[in-house]
Structures are given as C-alpha cells and as structure tokens.
Write a protein that binds this ligand. Structure first.
Ligand SMILES: N[C@@H](CCC[C@H](N)C(=O)O)C(=O)O
Length: 279
C-alpha cells in the first residue's frame, strides 16, 4: 500500500490515495490499527483515506489509531489539501473537501510557489446536544460540573462535527493527562465518547492546550480540538474571538468569525513516502 506520512504540529497520519490503491482490505479498522502501531507499523495517530469527492473536489475519511472512525480531523484536512494540490489532484489553492462532518473549505497560504500554511473554513460549531445529564433544555453544556470518579470537572461541550469536552485548568502542565483523559473520554455522559481538551488561558488572545483524543489517546495537537477550545473560551468569557492556541510543537490560529464559521490556520508537513505490505 503506497502511503505518505504527514503531520500537522506532530499530529501524524498515514495518508493513502484510494485512486492509487485499488486493493485495500475491506477491514479498514483493522488496517488502521496495524499501520498506526508505533512499534509494529508505520506509526501514526490515524489513517486518512482520500478519493475524488462526489460533491466536492476531494473526499477524506479519518480512522483513529484504535480503528474507530471520526467525522472530521482538523490537522489532517490541512495535510490533505496540501497533498492534493502538490500531487496535482486538485489544481486550485482553495478547494472543497467532503468529510463525515460535511464539506469543509481549506485555502492554501502560498509563498514563492510553496504552501507555507493552510487556512480552513471549519464550518459552524454547535454546542453538544448529546444525552449529557446536566445539559439544560437547549442541550447546551457551558461550564457545567461533570463528576468523574472522585473528581469534578467544569466542562464545556462543543462539537466541530466531532465531539469535544473542553476543561479550563489553572496549569495545563500539571494535568495528569492519561489518568483524566481516558476517564472523561469514556464517561457515560458522552454517547459517542469524546475528545478531551485541557486548556490554560494565558491572556485574552492566547491559550495553551493539551489533548486526549477519542480513539487515539494523547496526541501532540488537535485541529478540531483547537477550534472547540477557542469557541469554549469565547463562550466562557475568557478570550476574544481570535485566539492563538499553543500546542506542544507550535500554535494554531483560530478565529470564530461573525459569520459563525470557525477558521483555523496552521502548518501541514510531509515526512516521507513508503510502501506498507498488505494482504
Ligand atoms: N486530531 C484530529 C481529530 C481526529 C479525530 C478524533 N480523534 C475523533 O475521534 O474525533 C484533529 O486534528 O482534529
């Protein structure tokens, strides 16, 4: 299986062009688990499959490293847009990408003919309407307490097509990510499980975030998580609508614009190409 290893701020993916690979196994979950394994596979947070879109320039599918499928991935979509342009699959710097969360619109930021960043229209956020016990009549969960074993977290639930639970903390470096992340991810309040973001507000324009991803565990960055974080920071009155979200390997710039769309800008990198044995 021909693949390209890509990443956005260290959130890494095995990217496969389905047009080049006609013999993919039917069990894509099993393939993702194998190929993403850090010791026995290529190593990645997820497997991303692309093909020509039915209603857009290109379509992408994201499967987490545990084999579960996600609706959307912010870091992957930047990589997909750059890859599609550089491979000549899409000959436009602004393109429409079909995802499980609807059509998103990345735009390449070019300098001297090279892609230096990608700005993505990530669509409109909505406040989770899952069966969360403490949700009000409108289903909104903004700064509501959630009991998790012996801890109580004040959470804000935001969907960017995929679910996010944002928790503001005074010191993000002190968060026991593994211990808290896995418990919140699998808390029965979240019917589809959830991604979990721990966020420290630095000032009204900047926050620092660490993430525990649904289906992948701790990752170095999460694009949809950064968008959800910015929306949650605005809703809680911590920041303005333009927020720089600092992550382990750099930052994503997020704007929750007046058209209610969230725009994310950040890098996308190709690391290497390879051929993974299947079958
Ligand atoms: N890392 C991604 C999100 C990938 C999917 C997520 N784990 C989920 O299950 O929703 C991003 O950059 O947005």
């Amino acid at each position: 299986m021909l693949f390209t290893k890509v990443h956005g701020l260290g959130n890494d993916f095995v990217l496969v062009n389905k047009n080049e690979e006609k013999n993919l196994p039917g069990d894509l979950a099993g393939l993702a688990i194998k190929v993403c394994h850090r010791n026995f596979g290529v190593g990645a947070d997820g497997l991303v499959l692309i093909e020509p879109g039915k209603e857009a320039d290109i379509a992408m599918q994201i499967i987490n490293s545990d084999g579960s499928e996600a609706e959307m991935c912010g870091n992957a979509i930047r990589c997909v847009a750059k890859f599609a342009y550089e491979q000549g699959l899409v000959r436009k710097t602004k393109m429409a990408v079909e995802t499980g969360a609807g059509i998103m619109v990345p735009e390449l930021v070019m300098e001297n003919g090279a892609v230096i960043a990608v700005r993505v229209d990530m669509g409109t956020p909505y406040l989770e309407r899952e069966q969360i016990p403490m949700a009000g009549p409108a289903g909104q969960v903004i700064n509501e307490p959630l009991a998790v074993d012996n801890d109580v977290f004040n959470i804000t639930a935001v969907s960017m097509g995929n679910p996010h639970c944002v928790i503001f903390v005074p010191d993000v470096a002190a968060v026991p990510l593994e211990h808290w992340g896995t418990r919140v991810e699998t808390h029965p309040a979240f019917t589809r499980k959830t991604n979990v973001e721990f966020v420290q507000v630095l000032n009204e324009k900047e926050v620092r975030m660490r993430v525990w991803e649904r289906g992948a565990g701790p990752t170095l960055a999460c694009g949809t998580g950064a968008c959800a974080t910015a929306v949650a920071a605005v809703l809680n009155g911590y920041t303005g609508r333009t927020v720089r979200v600092h992550l382990y390997a750099g930052a994503l710039d997020i704007e929750w614009a007046t058209d209610n769309h969230v725009y994310m800008t950040g890098p996308a990198e190709q690391v290497f190409t390879g051929n993974y044995p299947i079958g």
